[in-house]
Structures are given as C-alpha cells and as structure tokens.
Design a protein around this ligand. Structure first.
Ligand code: GLP
Length: 242
C-alpha cells in the first residue's frame, strides 16, 4: 500500500486529481469507479477544471459508482445519482449512456447481479476512487462484510446513519439500507486510490495501515491488493506511526 500524506484537503485533492488525469491520459477509454461523499468533492472540482482547460476529456470514459441508497428515487437530491450529476457528470463531457450506478429501487438482489455482470461486460474497473467511513467502511461495506462479497443490499450501521444524516433533513430520513459493490468487486479493480481527510478519519486510517486484516475493518482488505494508494491529509494521518 502506498501512502501519500499531504498538508491539507486542497493538496490531497490536487494530488488525487493529478493521478486520475495521468491515468485518463494513458487510457482515454478507461472504466472509472467514482465515490460519493465529502472526501472526493474537491478532487472532482479539480477534474472539472482540468476538463474546462481541455487537459482531459471524459468523452470515452465509462463510469461506475460504488453505491446507492435503497428506496430513494434518482431525482431525490439525497441520492448518489443526483450527487454525482450535480458534482461531476453535469459539468464534464461524459456520455450519459456511459454512466452506471447501482439501482436502489425494485428487485435489489437482481439489480446487484446485473451490475456485477455489466462491470464484467465492460471489461472491469481500471481505476477505483474510494473514500472511507469513520468505522472503516468502503463503499457501504460495513464491518462484517465478507472478502468475497459482491454488489448487494447492506444494512447501514448506526454510526454510518449518524455520519450521513447531515445530507438529509433529519436522521429519520436516512435510508436504513443501501446497495453497494462488494469487497471482491472493489478488489478486482486494477488500481485503487483512497482519499481521506480530517481527524474523524484518523482511527480508520490507523487501523487500515497498522491494524490486522479483519472483517471488523473492511478497508483493511485493501492490504490484499497490489496497487492501492492512500492520499490523506495530516489530520487523517495524526495517529500513524513514523
Ligand atoms: C459514505 C459512502 C462512502 C464514502 C464514505 C465517506 O457512507 N457510502 O462511499 O466513502 O461514507 O464519506 P465522506 O467522504 O463524506 O466522509
């Protein structure tokens, strides 16, 4: 696992966007899996600027997303579908036909299986962008998720509901379940970058780097992958040993 510690959120976002840019320039038709949440937001802003400056194009990029809440419509401003369009897709030249998110409505089991098939059909994920939850979740793979897990419905933990309530009117509106790529799906990506900033992530980052590989900390399974880069700020690095 490669570790990059940057001064603050802005420099984390610059480094992350530069890595993504380099990958896109190397393979203009690549499949990228995007994350939602606060962690990648500034990185997405940098990608938008790079697109506006004609440094990169998303015209031939296929996108996937890690996860989506179950039971809320795509038009709901709290959905990850809405988040991605608002914060990235509507501002770049990606072809809407090439945008794929897990479907959190209808038959979730079937949606999960179809999503897995689609990823394979499109040739797999070249670049995976991850955030991390305070409890070490990646995508919505909560503690207890199996290494061999695939896209499926997951019950959100109390701490995740608590952390994500800021995006909703109140806590009661946070869906209790989500559809999420599994750990096996994530680990099949060729290259993975994980963005984490702020002190609230410091314990999860410590556990991922120094802790044991365990279902209790889903992010720890990233140690099994041969091309993972953690890009974190000094606050998230606070507990790390030298
Ligand atoms: C959310 C998402 C994850 C995200 C994580 C951290 O629950 N499902 O994909 O990486 O939690 O979110 P944030 O970046 O807002 O801290």
């Amino acid at each position: 696992m490669k570790l990059i510690i940057e001064k603050n959120e802005d420099s984390v976002a610059q480094v992350a966007a530069d890595i993504i840019k380099k990958e896109i320039l190397n393979n203009k038709k690549m499949n990228i899996c995007f994350a939602t949440g606060n962690s990648p937001l500034k990185t997405y802003n940098n990608l938008i600027k790079m697109y506006e400056n004609k440094e990169i194009s998303f015209k031939n990029i296929t996108s996937f997303n890690l996860d989506e809440y179950v039971g809320i419509s795509k038009e709901n401003p709290c959905s990850y579908h809405y988040f991605m369009h608002q914060n990235l897709f509507n501002k770049i030249d990606i072809n809407p036909k090439n945008i794929n998110l897990p479907n959190g409505n209808g038959d979730i089991k079937k949606n999960g299986q179809e999503y897995e098939k689609l990823i394979v059909q499109k040739g797999g994920i070249d670049l995976m962008i991850l955030g991390i939850g305070v409890n070490g979740h990646i995508a919505f793979n909560e503690p207890g998720s199996k290494l061999e897990s695939r896209t499926r419905e997951i019950e959100l933990t109390e701490s995740t509901i608590e952390a994500n309530k800021i995006y909703f009117k109140n806590k009661d509106e946070v869906p209790k379940t989500a559809i999420s790529m599994g750990l096996a799906t994530i680990l099949e990506a060729k290259k993975i970058i994980l963005i984490a900033t702020g002190q609230s992530k410091s314990q999860a980052i410590f556990n991922t780097i120094h802790g044991e590989i365990t279902e209790k900390n889903p992010a720890s399974f990233l140690n099994k992958h041969n091309d993972v880069t953690l890009i974190i700020d000094e606050k998230a690095a606070k507990l790390l040993k030298n």
